[in-house]
Design a protein around this ligand. Structure first.
Ligand SMILES: *[C@@H]1O[C@H](CO)[C@@H](O)[C@H](O)[C@H]1NC(C)=O
Ligand SMILES: *[C@@H]1O[C@H](CO)[C@@H](O)[C@H](O)[C@H]1NC(C)=O
Length: 344
């Protein structure tokens, strides 16, 4: 039985079935998003996840929240792409069985989301294990201002995200394991390295006699935007002869090695043009497209050369709104005609 193989593999570090990562995503995946199910399934896998399920269920709850954030951000970032990060027909789970750039993006975003959700819970005081980090103090030269308030402490969240999502490479040559770890780490860096210092002035009429600053995480939208850029510039890699290092192949010149923040992948992506169960593709039939662009949502690209059909729809909207004293807003209803284009 497959799951037994995985269990043996993780617990005793024996030689693993090649599809261990894919298998893990199918049974112990936070993408399942229900802590009860994650935990029931992770029992089969044992290891760190199972330990966290038993000892820190409130953190597993945040892991699930982080995964939810990641999926909704993925759907936003990919809304104009052929594969739009849909959860229908287990599409995501199937896409994650291959080491493509899409998988790299989802893994990194999930790891960022988990860090984010745990850190937010810490700052809100929802978890006993962690709180605001007050250790960062900074005084300007004239001694006027200092850190105060709640610095969001990403270290705890980062550790928990790694504990839950990083499967240790079970063999030196387990390329898939190395890729997963690399992309997870890149995801965490996309939050942790971009904390911002937010300052507030105090004192008579804004004299800024006293300035207090706290460290905040970027918005999760910023995190998604940054990882989407990394997705666009992802490196195709293979594993070096030493079995440890990831090295870029072909397209990239050797001088440009992927840094810790770059996403890396092994397999070319499918076109996602036609439905394919195995690849997690639902095809692009009936998808909306734009005839006037040259980006990924253009009808040329989205419809894979099959053409599209156009029609008009009339939408009703509020318009010419007026504010009436006091306190009503009165609007008229206007009709607007929209052109809609869908792939054949
Ligand atoms: C999803 O799966 C169902 C049943 O397996 C199938 O009928 C349906 O066409 C699939 N949807 C898409 C968009 O591929
Ligand atoms: C995502 O893609 C699927 C299948 O291609 C489609 O059914 C769905 O409407 C798309 N979702 C959005 C928000 O475009």
């Amino acid at each position: 039985m497959k799951s037994e193989g995985a269990w043996v593999c993780l617990v005793f570090y024996l030689i693993c079935p090649a599809n261990i990562i894919g298998l893990w995503w199918a049974v112990g995946s936070p993408l399942v998003m229900d802590p009860n199910i994650i935990c029931r399934k992770s029992r089969k896998l044992g290891g760190k996840q199972h330990e966290m399920c038993r000892n820190e269920p409130e953190i597993v709850e945040e892991v699930a929240n982080g995964a939810k954030m990641a999926i909704s951000e993925c759907q936003h970032q990919f809304r104009h792409r052929r594969w739009n990060c849909t959860t229908a027909n287990r599409s995501i789970q199937r896409v994650l069985k291959h080491d493509t750039r899409e998988a790299a993006f989802v893994h990194s975003l999930t790891s960022a989301g988990v860090l984010y959700a745990v850190t937010q819970a810490c700052s809100l005081g929802l978890l006993l294990q962690c709180m605001c980090d007050n250790s960062v103090m900074d005084r300007s030269t004239d001694g006027k201002w200092e850190w105060a308030g709640c610095n969001e402490d990403v270290r705890f969240g980062s550790r928990k995200a790694a504990e839950f999502l990083d499967i240790p490479p079970t063999q030196r040559n387990d390329v898939q394991g190395r890729i997963l770890l690399h992309n997870n780490k890149a995801g965490r860096a996309s939050v942790a390295k971009y904390q911002q210092k937010i300052c507030k002035c105090h004192g008579l009429s804004g004299s800024c006699e006293l300035k207090t600053c706290v460290l905040k995480m970027p918005s999760f939208r910023d995190v998604g935007d940054r990882l989407k850029e990394r997705f666009d510039g992802a490196y195709k890699v293979s594993i070096a002869n030493d079995g440890r290092n990831i090295i870029p192949i072909e397209d990239h010149d050797a001088a440009r090695r992927p840094s810790g923040e770059n996403l890396v992948y092994l397999d070319e992506s499918p076109s996602f043009c036609k439905p394919s169960r195995k690849q997690g593709s639902l095809g692009t039939l009936d998808r909306l497209c734009n005839p006037d662009t040259s980006t990924t949502d253009s009808c040329d690209i989205m419809c894979c050369g099959r053409g599209y059909r156009s029609y008009k729809v009339v939408v009703q909207e509020n318009c010419r709104c007026q504010f009436k004293w006091c306190c009503k807003v009165i609007c008229q209803t206007c009709s607007r005609t929209l052109s809609i284009h869908r792939c054949n």
